[in-house]
Design a protein around this ligand. Structure first.
Ligand code: ZN
Length: 438
């Protein structure tokens, strides 16, 4: 398969870039802490979907992270999630459905979802969202779609696409609609809103109601090049063709589709028509536990149903550059380049080929994660050197990590909560909390 990734052994240095390192002997990473905490340099093999940053000189006093057995990626973007639901465990649907409204109306689902309403009612929205964000962070995700805008308490940790954490964009830059499209009222100012993210046609392609949602979207004037359609499982060639013609994007969550409907979006057809496809976990209850599991499900579908139409090099695009375009955040995040945010994920090498390595990555293989140059997660040895006694211990399938949840700089509600505190609050109110590291 054609390799579109660029891999280079290079030094990446820039005042606003943070670089990383890790040290356990099995990971072959080291850090040398410098005198200037604002400067960090990351040395190692960079994997990006397109351009490689230029070399630059090492600034004086920088902390230098050297990675010899890993890959440096742009921070991952989870194109679709419902972050606030991810404290819930798995939901096993009693049967397969034809469309979304059917399972949502079942007693089984209503009983399952009740704790979500109850915890929100108790004022624990910040805790449940942050718990979901920590799950994403430890899988290398630095930006996630799917939180309601407006909560200031989630300005810490990873970036919320709708809240645009520290990206300096207008609050309506992204608008997300998760209800039945026929209930959408009002209009969108496309000069302000650059990405309209909408659940659509989540059902079987034999289900007319699901398919007809595409017509409703068009009738309401919501089908543009700035529209990102989540699911589109009911779409056939005709819909993908129109999507490609206007430049609308597709967001794919195969695991959740398979659990709920027994089928997933025909991404092969979408790609053949030229639609830009991103990957999202959807949520913990019927989707994957993390982005790596979702990638593996997608790769399995690619092999069993799409005759490997998705190229190896597409996987990294589906969790970096493609979602940054779908969410209209490509001027801020997505790649390692001067002027963009230093969102960086370092993974242990599992294979000499970086694409294969990505597909073989598990939670314990995540070495380091920076959001905006701030090291928030990583191997114990490294984090302890860079941020001594500031972060919490977390053992991930035998690998000792540190996660930095408490934020003492951001002046927002509950910013100083630790992971232990968040877990304790949630457990006191809900006995079946989804595991952080399943
Ligand atoms: Zn969804």
């Amino acid at each position: 398969m054609k390799k579109r990734f660029r891999e280079l052994e290079r030094t990446l240095g820039a005042a606003m870039f943070v670089l990383l390192l890790a040290i356990p002997s099995w990971a072959a990473m080291t850090v040398a802490v410098g005198t200037d905490p604002s400067k960090q340099i990351l040395k190692g093999k960079i994997v990006t979907p397109d351009q490689i940053p230029v070399d630059c000189t090492e600034p004086t006093g920088a902390t230098i992270f050297t990675i010899t057995n890993g890959y440096i990626f742009p921070g991952f973007i989870d194109a679709h999630n419902h972050v606030a639901y991810n404290f819930l465990p798995k939901w096993t649907p009693p049967k397969l459905y034809q469309r979304r409204a059917q399972w949502q109306a079942t007693q089984s689902y209503k009983v399952f979802k009740k704790p979500y309403d109850e915890l929100k009612e108790k004022g624990l929205t910040c805790e449940i969202i942050k718990y979901g964000e920590i799950k994403a962070l430890i899988s290398g995700v630095t930006t996630i779609q799917g939180t309601s805008p407006g909560s200031s308490c989630i300005r810490v940790l990873i970036r919320n696409a709708e809240n645009q954490n520290k990206l300096g964009l207008k609050s309506l830059h992204i608008r997300t609609y998760i209800l039945d499209i026929s209930s959408f009222e009002g209009t969108i100012d496309w000069n302000v809103t650059k990405s309209f993210v909408v659940h659509l046609a989540e059902g079987l392609d034999t289900d007319d109601r699901s398919r007809n949602e595409f017509n409703i979207l068009k009738q309401k004037g919501l089908f543009t090049g700035q529209t990102a359609i989540i699911h589109g499982t009911a779409f056939r060639e005709a819909e993908f063709k129109e999507m490609a013609q206007v430049g609308a994007k597709l967001i794919w969550s195969p695991q959740s589709n398979l659990v709920l409907y027994g089928k997933t979006t025909n991404v092969k057809l979408a790609l053949q028509q030229g639609v830009l496809v991103s990957l999202g976990v959807d949520w913990n209850p019927s989707g994957s536990d993390n982005i790596f599991d979702e990638l593996r499900v997608a790769a399995q579908v690619n092999e069993s149903q799409f005759a490997n139409a998705i190229a190896d090099s597409d996987w990294i695009k589906m969790i970096t550059i493609n979602p940054s375009k779908a969410l209209a955040l490509d001027a801020q995040i997505e790649k390692l380049a001067p002027g963009l945010k230093a969102d960086i994920t370092v993974l242990q090498s599992k294979n000499p080929d970086p694409h294969q390595s990505l597909l073989n990555t598990h939670l314990q293989d995540v070495q380091m994660v920076w959001v905006g140059g701030n090291l928030l997660y990583g191997n114990k040895t490294v984090v302890e050197k860079v941020k001594p006694a500031q972060c919490e211990a977390l053992t991930v399938h035998g690998s000792e990590k540190r996660v930095c949840v408490k934020d003492t700089k951001e002046n927002v509600t509950k910013a100083t909560q630790t992971l232990a505190e968040i877990q304790a609050i949630l457990q006191a109110n809900f006995s079946n909390l989804a595991p952080l590291t399943p």
